[in-house]
Design a protein around this ligand. Structure first.
Ligand code: IMP
Length: 429
């Protein structure tokens, strides 16, 4: 049984906790896209650990795999390995990284930041980690892959060729100092040496694992509405965060992926720019941010907050063909006299039941909101569905009905054990 876990909103849905929980039933946990722009927070023994690149399954003693679809900043990767080692998590013989994964180079980060500065008010609000420029090089066929590091002459040649264009852009357009190929060459050969024990052909490795009957959990980063094809383009990340990305990002064929679990927050958040129809800009948004501690795990930026948007999540159910949902952070809504759900959009007096592809059109919509009575009781830490307040159940059932997908999991706190598991996604038929 192989399960893909994806975000159904704009990332930060709480995938870290859900993946950590599900890792128990998995043998391998696999990252397939994104890079260290992601931030998965897991609370263990009261202490949070934030992982950006390494699959969180490693914390459960599972095998962690970083597939070819991920872009890797070797410095960030090695820092994370050190952090895990310091916290007594075994990494040796547990972490495998694709030799075909592309590298994030120092110039990618410089270009990411400079291009955002140039865009001014049109900026994407990227994490500034060099993700977009690294994927752009991959697509334009000038990217440097991990395997290239182990052929130093070839690596040097690629680097020198790339820096001719890149340095010209940096100096002439962005008025920034150029990069010295020799310094990068030396720095990256140093990383290559340290990364060597982990590098392999991960497609071969994963397919063999499936042949042997192992269970794989694919851990999506970001969310469906940040996907480069299906998200609110251009306010997206530069990879395919949808379930389909799990196949291209690992070399495991799509017919080997059995189920897809969509993680969704009980309300909506977004970091960075771009349309957000159900956004709450006033006091209510501020309250959700405070109660939900909505600050980015990677950049610390305050997240924009709003009501649950059923139109967005229904779209995610479709493009990922979700088998079930995990609804997180229900407890954040405790004590609210009234909660609303965006059930459709309206533009120029016309009701829209689907997300429009045109960003301009999406920017112009007004949410059609449905009101629900809140609950006074605390849901924090509840592990039994029957113990939830009546109105919380009504709210959850409305979400399931509106998006057309059942919930297998409801999370009621950030702690590992404080979760309602209605069906084990790894077992359910
Ligand atoms: P990039 O991935 O750094 O290029 O940023 C592109 C957009 O994706 C920005 O709006 C970021 O805030 C957003 N983004 C990237 N990674 C994450 C994440 O892990 N959670 C939430 N938003 C993200």
């Amino acid at each position: 049984m192989n399960l893909v876990v994806v975000g159904t909103q704009w990332g930060d849905e709480g995938k870290g906790k859900v993946v950590d929980l599900l890792s128990e039933g998995a043998d391998y946990v696999v990252r397939y896209q994104g890079g260290h722009n992601a931030g998965h927070t897991i609370v263990i023994g009261g202490k949070p650990i934030v992982l950006h690149l390494i699959p969180t399954g490693l914390l459960q003693g599972k095998i962690g795999v970083i597939g070819n679809g991920v872009v890797i900043n070797p410095k960030a990767l090695l820092e994370e390995i050190t952090l895990l080692t310091q916290r007594n998590f075994e990494v040796t013989d547990r972490l495998f990284i694709s030799e075909a994964a592309h590298l994030i180079m120092p110039y990618h980060q410089a270009i990411d930041k400079a291009s955002e500065r140039m865009k001014g008010s049109q900026k994407i609000g990227t994490t500034g980690r060099g993700i977009g420029p690294a994927y752009a090089d991959k697509m334009s066929r000038s990217g440097i892959r991990i395997a290239d590091l182990y052929d130093p002459e070839h690596f040097r040649e690629k680097l020198e060729v790339n820096l001719v264009d890149i340095n010209a852009i940096l100096e002439k357009i962005y008025k920034m100092p150029p990069f010295d190929p020799e310094a990068i060459f030396k720095e990256y050969l140093g990383y290559a040496e340290q990364m060597k024990p982990y590098i392999t052909d991960t497609s071969l490795f994963l397919n063999k694992a499936i042949d042997e009957g192992h269970h794989l959990l694919f851990e999506g980063a970001q969310g469906t509405h940040l996907d480069v094809d299906f998200g609110t383009y251009p306010f997206v990340t530069s990879s395919n965060s949808v379930a389909g990305g799990a196949a291209t990002g690992t070399g495991v064929g799509p017919t080997r992926l059995d189920k897809v679990l969509g993680v969704t927050k009980a309300y909506t958040t977004r970091v960075g720019s771009g349309p957000f129809p159900s956004e709450l800009c006033g006091e209510m948004g501020e309250m959700l941010r405070k109660l939900g501690n909505e600050f980015g795990a990677t950049t610390g930026r305050p997240r924009r907050c709003g009501w649950f948007d059923a139109v967005l999540v229904r779209y995610s159910v479709r493009v990922n063909h979700l088998s079930s949902l995990a609804i997180t952070k229900l407890d954040v809504l405790d004590g609210m006299p009234e909660i609303q759900i965006c059930v459709a959009y309206e533009v120029d007096g016309i009701r829209l039941d689907e997300v429009p592809s045109s960003l301009r059109r999406l920017e112009g919509v007004t949410p059609i909101l449905k009101r629900f009575e809140g609950w006074d009781e605390s849901t924090n830490g509840i592990t039994d569905y029957d113990k939830l307040p009546k109105n919380a159940k009504i709210y959850l059932e409305a979400i399931e009905a509106l998006v057309g997908c059942p919930a297998d999991i409801i999370s009621t706190s950030s702690k590992r054990g404080e979760t309602i598991v209605l069906r084990q996604p790894f077992d359910s038929n």
